[in-house]
Design a protein around this ligand. Structure first.
Ligand SMILES: NC(=O)c1ccc[n+]([C@@H]2O[C@H](COP(=O)([O-])OP(=O)(O)OC[C@H]3O[C@@H](n4cnc5c(N)ncnc54)[C@H](OP(=O)(O)O)[C@@H]3O)[C@@H](O)[C@H]2O)c1
Length: 355
């Protein structure tokens, strides 16, 4: 159970006070989605630099699966809990309404609509660090905002801070139909690039609808065979060897490896990223990788793209909180389109969950 101690900055009038218990998706140990349960637990209380959010929607991404399974084992060593998860409530991406703030928080007040990265967002209430939140773009519903932060800032940083994308450049997004990729395609277009998106056959229409200039079906065509090389490759999916990715780059092009599943149990296959970085100093191309920074400035930069309408989070599935385990199973089976929203509190401007 989470801590229920009332913080001095928690709402004090009985009518304002959120309930002391809440529904949440709980994991007692590392394992598959089968061990998740919808439980009644204590509502978390805010620390001095935190905000308590009444969750309207949460977003699902690959990071949730890694924290649920404790795989690769590297993440257990990195501090998430050696034998069982330190944080029993799953969920990272969040959008909702502030109901209480810690004593050091001046940037948000109760009633503000916010989005960002929380601790345990698959619940009716969640806390988030002040620096991992921004005001929700008014143009976005809670679901759209909830689906944005982790995938969106990863795509934004891959293209700009790491990839240094310039207008007019040709960029290849491998994994364009997924969480990070659907943001990467739209952001690259908004930044003035010519975009080629790689996905499987049934998801090519989605990638086209996001504005990609060209699409490549990786189930039939090798995307690294091209007569129009790329200034930037953002590799989000699959495990294409670095040597093949390099042949699709211009002589001074940049490869940014964001991720790719099916790696080893211990390191998740970061060997490919390490090989790219070790090789980079010896070749004219720049071969690199990164771990996204979950900071306020990135979330606010992303919010501007969403507010302007240049980026519309591509939600392919909506699940009610009680069906979160099914949502995770579908993502892991590769059956999802774009992002999955977990609907915690139904709002009039959102579509109802499909499951
Ligand atoms: N570096 C970081 O800080 C960071 C941050 C966030 C995520 N990540 C990592 O980035 C990766 C993607 O995350 P995500 O949320 O976007 O996952 P996702 O939603 O599951 O998307 C995966 C994408 O990879 C594509 N794909 C699968 N197999 C492929 C293959 N053989 N060749 C080409 N493309 C293939 C999928 O295409 P189809 O569905 O069409 O098959 C889909 O577009 C994960 O490994 C995640 O852990 C890293």
């Amino acid at each position: 159970m989470t801590n229920t101690a009332t913080h001095p900055s928690d709402p004090t009038t009985p009518s304002d006070a959120p309930p002391s218990t809440m529904r949440a998706i709980v994991q007692r140990s590392y394992g598959s989605a089968d061990q998740l349960e919808l439980a009644l637990v204590d509502r978390p209380s805010v620390a001095v630099d935190e905000v308590l959010i009444e969750v309207h929607a949460a977003g699902l991404d690959r990071g949730v699966w890694h924290l649920m399974t404790g795989m690769p084992y590297l993440i257990r060593i990195a501090g998430f809990g050696l034998t069982k998860p330190k944080q029993p409530i799953l969920g990272l991406d969040v959008a909702g309404r502030v109901v209480a703030v810690g004593s050091d928080v001046t940037r948000f007040s109760p009633g503000d609509e916010v989005f960002g990265i929380a601790t345990g967002s698959f619940a009716e209430f969640a806390t988030a660090k002040l620096d991992k939140l921004a005001l929700k773009p008014t143009a976005a519903s809670f679901e759209h905002a909830a689906a944005s932060a982790i995938s969106g800032i990863t795509a934004l940083q891959a293209l700009t801070d790491v990839g240094n994308l310039q207008p007019g450049q040709h960029v290849l997004v491998i994994g364009a139909s997924g969480g990070v990729g659907t943001f990467a395609v739209q952001l690259a277009k908004a930044l003035g690039a010519e975009v080629t998106g790689v996905a499987s056959t049934s998801k090519l229409d989605l990638v086209r609808s996001l504005g990609a200039d060209h699409v490549v079906d990786y189930s039939n065509v090798d995307p690294t065979v091209t007569d129009h090389p790329y200034d930037l490759i953002v590799d989000v999916g699959g495990r294409t060897p670095v040597r093949r990715l390099r042949r699709a780059l211009t002589t001074r092009g940049t490869l940014v490896i964001v991720g790719g599943e099916d790696g080893g149990r211990w390191t998740g296959g970061v060997g490919r990223q390490l090989r790219a970085m070790l090789l980079s100093p010896f070749v004219r191309q720049r071969l690199t990788t990164f771990i996204s920074k979950e900071d306020r400035s990135s979330i606010e930069r992303l919010a501007e793209f969403v507010e302007s309408g240049d980026v519309v989070p591509a939600i392919g599935q909506r699940f009610a909180l009680a069906h979160t385990a099914d949502a995770i199973r579908e993502m892991q089976a590769g059956a999802t389109l774009g992002k999955t929203a977990i609907v915690v509190r139904e709002d009039t401007d959102d579509e109802p969950p499909t499951r």
